[in-house]
Design a protein around this ligand. Structure first.
Ligand code: SAM
Length: 292
């Protein structure tokens, strides 16, 4: 069968965004297999890894590498091919392409410039959603943050921005940075945040463990094997506390009491409230409760 699709005499192709398993090959969908068999070629984040998957399912297909560092150079080249009538599948190493994986540039350009190309999703696993769905934390509203920066200053800044996020937060993290990341979360979010570590989902050593952050850190330190492999962190959203003490962080306390030593109460309250954008009234109530 000719792979070209005729539409008003324009030859157009299809771009299939194909999700693949995140650990267990049996999770591949029948539609994904059919698509990988029928396309003209496959764009893969890592041709070796996708080669293993194709071998397992006895699929022989031409693979081209398409990943972060050649995305910019190759996107137009591949889109031109699809525009001429080739049917192409895009896959990443595991899970859903574009979710912290290559492909965004291609879809964006397609939607802006290559309007004849049909983009077809072949859905399947995504570790973020798999982890969230079995975490036991609220699933009705959530936000996906991908990986935090490996630069400490950027990571800290982002965590401060997320501190009062009400929705459940999904993060990806690598084994070797996990403890550092948990310490940062503890310092910024406080000890009382509940976090679920979802490790090696759908694989032999799959493990889901949730606890308050201080306990979680202790648990990991007892056995570092707990954080080997691939990890998704699910963090419970911010809950407003009615306890004044919870609203005044140790940093605010320190600033306030240092100022209070040098200045009149009213001035110390005004300055502290301005610095941390908190209500003066709250600080005053805190002072009354803690002045002794
Ligand atoms: N697009 C992928 C998806 O849909 O799951 C995510 C790609 S991202 C580059 C890779 C990260 O996803 C890993 O570092 C880990 O945080 C998470 N991840 C992927 N597979 C996982 C698994 N089986 N168990 C836990 N986390 C996983």
């Amino acid at each position: 069968m000719n792979h070209y699709m005729k539409n008003n005499n324009i030859q157009i192709g299809r771009l299939y965004i194909v999700a693949t398993p995140i650990g267990n090959y049996s999770d591949i969908s029948q539609r994904a297999l059919n698509t990988l068999k029928k396309v003209n070629f496959i764009l893969a984040e890592d041709t070796r890894k996708t080669g293993l998957l194709l071998n397992y399912f006895h699929i022989k297909k031409k693979l081209y590498s398409y990943y972060e560092y050649n995305e910019k150079k190759n996107t137009t080249k591949f889109l031109e091919k699809i525009n001429k009538g080739y049917n192409v599948a895009l896959v990443s190493d595991a899970g859903t392409p574009l979710i912290n994986d290559p492909g965004y540039r291609m879809i964006k350009l397609c939607r802006e410039k290559y309007l004849n190309i049909r983009i077809i999703s072949i859905p399947g696993p995504c570790s973020a959603i798999v982890a969230l769905s079995i975490s036991g934390l609220p699933t009705n509203r959530f936000c996906y943050e991908g990986f935090l920066s490996n630069k400490k200053s950027k990571r800290i800044k982002r965590l401060y921005e997320l501190k009062s996020e009400y929705r459940t937060i999904i993060l990806y993290e690598s084994t070797h940075r996990l403890l550092k990341c948990l310490y940062d979360i503890k310092n910024i979010f406080g000890k009382k945040r509940y976090i679920v570590i979802a490790r090696e989902l759908t694989k032999k050593w799959e493990n889901i463990h949730g606890d308050y952050i201080s306990n979680l850190i202790k648990w990991i330190k007892l056995d570092l094997n707990q954080i080997k492999g691939e990890i998704v962190l699910i963090i419970s959203g911010y809950k407003k506390s009615n306890n004044i003490k919870d609203k005044i962080s140790s940093k605010i306390k320190k600033t306030f009491f240092s100022l209070k030593k040098e200045l009149a109460l009213k001035k110390a309250i005004n300055i502290t409230a301005n610095i941390y954008s908190i209500k003066k009234n709250l600080l005053y109530k805190f002072y009354l409760k803690n002045k002794d």
